[in-house]
Design a protein. Structure first.
Lengths: 481, 481
């Protein structure tokens, strides 16, 4: 027991200090760690494997809608970045500049891409001539770099991994449809695969992406009540394409503007998985995205037949496409349990001499620690059901948490009271003025607008929570990462 | 016919000007093109899809041997790059330097990784303490940057995509075993999946990777007789790890050095696929790696029933996991044929009213243009056999080409004569002196040592082709990309 306690005691309790708990889990579950390159992460096997599963799953969804993958350079000439004014204003303060190639000073500086709208537009300008060349529905899986001052593992680092989709279309309607389609895919992916409930909708003017006409966002609530923006889909209209002079000839030989979208989801989402599902024993991974779904832990491994049976089960489960590992190390079973829990592996299979006599194993759920005896002969049928139940329960519990921490306010006083006493989001009506938006944030101690939520709700006769003038929208407000 | 001719005439004939043919194929098959970032490529959907297939296939092979994927930063602090002397000497002239983050001048310059040995060693130095922490068998799929002066699509560009595997082990023997294992995987992958025959073996001292004890290489012969180094696996001994002070305690608490390997394969290999298999009609892709394996081209598509049948076949083949597309555009069939050939799609399915009456289609092989009538009912069984035959024949033809262009020489005169009259490689014995190696290259007009080939051959009583002293090795010599 000494060992187990020591292992578990390595992490701070979630309710004592959420930030310290988060850092401890990231470290002890060996997901990533800071490198000697300041502000940049080493993504370790446990963390990167989660990202690989996210990639595979999302990539399949993208391709089913006609997305093609490409890869554009990591470096952008300064003159290219400068072409769209709002864009450069948004990104210039946070890009890294390459000044030398070998010993030679460059004639023009190159920045490491903070995002690739300018590169895509530059390429399209050369490629698009006729309506036959449209639409182009492209995506890349890559890393980008932004010179952040303060960084936190997964949540904010100078270099991070993501996918960035970029598309152009012949009509505004088609581009808007694509923006919404990708927003829809993010919602489905995050709720179904990551078991994370969302508040989703459009961003306000002031929170939009630099250069976009509309930004759609999915926002998740962390266990400390703060929001994490988890994916965005932007409609650009023809601002960027016109700045880059991308035009096409229609069937009647008339010259037209094209309409653009971009959409991205990053390794930030791993931070959301940790902060939505984790507990005081460590990480809790949703079964559908877990790199390992079950860990076989032999009890009294030295007794005759135990290891043979354990390996037999390993092979059987692998054949049934259940992601299974065995911990055959010399550590104590208790230590192995604690380790499996820290890593967030959704189930463990305990198997000892008595279990073998009864032709059964004990399946222990990571999320609620329920112990489920399962006949060995039925294991490959029962385990997938248990895993799906965990997936469902994890979503439902997170949804209950979200619902329980989503408040409504009609006046600034109410809002301030909730903000000072509770954690979570606040839904309140808003007149649409940027000034009110800013003042709400200041006076509530940081509750910024997260989004105009999708769910229709009658705004008629509602007043702005700040100025009490006629309201135009409901807004969900929250502190954010 | 006018259209088809025009399409095909876009590319130079392979025998007229091989370099121009190569550039034309890359462009017309829309694989990649230069970006506004000098020396860097845009990898377009057709090119990137080949790389994705290579990734998936290789990654599966890696993981079956216990490789775990990670991701380390793209930037390396100058002091870190400087830690291993041979390494920095090899790479310093060709790295790009970041001098500024936003408006702030950096205290220490950062280079964009040309390769990541130093980052891996820096990370391991923090992680490895005991024999329990070994081995670490890691890989990353990423991009690297080298400030090349002259560039060519896929073959040499400033930024390129690759995988770089890095491992450390408790013993020299285990590390050598891993070096050879990955070398073996490259050989199997390239011969079996890409249908490219190889000359494989160790590099000479002068051709080794900066800092390595041994470098294993796979070398392919392009259609112009030149060699393309297509993948390398390096054994580092403990040079790097000692420079970074990576040590471990064994079971008896004694401190030991660790032994390191690294191994990489890049998008260069796409250049090899083009230059080994391509012909005057464009690209020819091996079926196992082709993103599209068959293109359905309807003939007289306006006739009743043709399009219905074509789509019916499309669905049937997709269900059978054959990568199938249909060209339902308004172009002429002849133009579509030329386009499918240019893209290197291994087969096309021609289907018109007469074929439908006979309940058959015509399958046309891309590699030899053979026309094969196949009953529609048997198509999902017959087509995979045809594809496998293409794969086999492509390998065999490339192997015959390699064998026919692999010469032997006993004297420098013989070597010079072959070098001036033939294209291909020359096998010749060598004494082991770097001076002879260099002079052979100069006097033959560029035939450098490619490798000491694996196949055992009795070197006894053989003389060095240059100095006629006792030979130590056979070497395969060739001009290279």
């Amino acid at each position: 027991m000494a060992n187990e306690k020591k292992f578990v005691q390595k992490i701070t309790s979630r309710n004592t200090d959420f930030a310290a708990w988060y850092t401890d889990v990231v470290k002890e579950a060996k997901l990533c760690e800071y490198s000697s390159t300041k502000g940049c992460l080493n993504y370790l096997p446990n963390g990167y494997a989660i990202w690989e599963n996210i990639q595979q799953n999302l990539d399949k969804r993208f391709k089913e809608t006609g997305v093609e993958n490409v890869y554009l350079p990591m470096l952008i000439p300064e003159s290219l970045l400068n072409k769209e004014k709002e864009h450069i204003a948004g990104f210039a303060p946070e890009v890294a500049w390459v000044s030398h190639g070998g010993d030679e000073k460059l004639e023009e500086r190159l920045c490491i891409r903070p995002t690739s709208e300018t590169l895509f537009c530059d390429l399209w300008q050369k490629q698009v001539k006729s309506y036959r060349d449209l639409p182009l529905i492209w995506n890349q899986w890559n890393s980008v770099l932004r010179w952040e001052k303060t960084t936190r593992p997964f949540l904010r680092s100078r270099e991070f991994l993501w996918q960035e989709g970029h598309t152009i279309h012949a009509t505004r309607e088609e581009a808007i449809k694509r923006t919404e389609m990708m927003f829809q895919i993010y919602q489905e992916f995050v709720t179904n695969e990551l078991a994370i409930p969302l508040i989703s909708g459009k961003k306000t003017e002031s929170e939009k992406f630099a250069g976009a006409e509309d930004t759609y966002t999915i926002e998740a609530m962390m266990h400390d009540g703060k929001a994490l923006q988890s994916g965005t889909s932007h409609f650009f209209g023809n601002g960027f394409p016109d700045a880059f002079n991308i035009k096409y000839l229609d069937k009647e030989n008339n010259l037209h503007s094209v309409y653009e979208t971009s959409w991205g989801l990053s390794t930030r989402i791993i931070g959301a998985i940790i902060m939505v599902h984790g507990d005081d024993s460590g990480l809790v991974l949703p079964p559908r995205i877990a790199p390992t779904q079950t860990m076989i832990i032999p009890i009294a491994a030295h007794k005759e037949g135990v290891m043979d049976k354990a390996y037999e089960i390993l092979e059987k489960l692998k054949k049934a496409n259940i992601k299974t590992k065995i911990d055959a190390s010399e550590k104590s079973p208790g230590y192995k349990f604690a380790e499996q829990e820290m890593l967030g592996i959704p189930t463990r299979i305990e198997i000892g001499p008595k279990d073998i006599d009864n032709n059964q194993v004990i399946v222990v759920r990571r999320d609620n620690r329920e112990k489920i005896p399962v006949a060995i002969d039925n294991l490959e049928k029962e385990l997938p059901i248990i895993l799906e139940n965990i997936q469902k329960d994890m979503y439902n519990n997170a949804k209950i948490f979200l619902d329980n921490h989503l408040y409504e306010a009609n006046t600034l006083e109410e809002m301030k009271e909730i903000a000072s006493e509770k954690i979570g989001f606040i839904k309140a009506a808003w007149c649409g003025s940027e000034k009110c938006e800013e003042l709400i944030k200041t006076e509530t101690g940081g509750f910024g607008s997260r989004c105009l939520p999708l769910e229709e709700q009658n705004i008629e006769n509602k007043k702005c929570v700040y100025c009490q003038k006629e309201a135009k929208h409901y807004v969900v407000w929250g502190k954010s990462y």
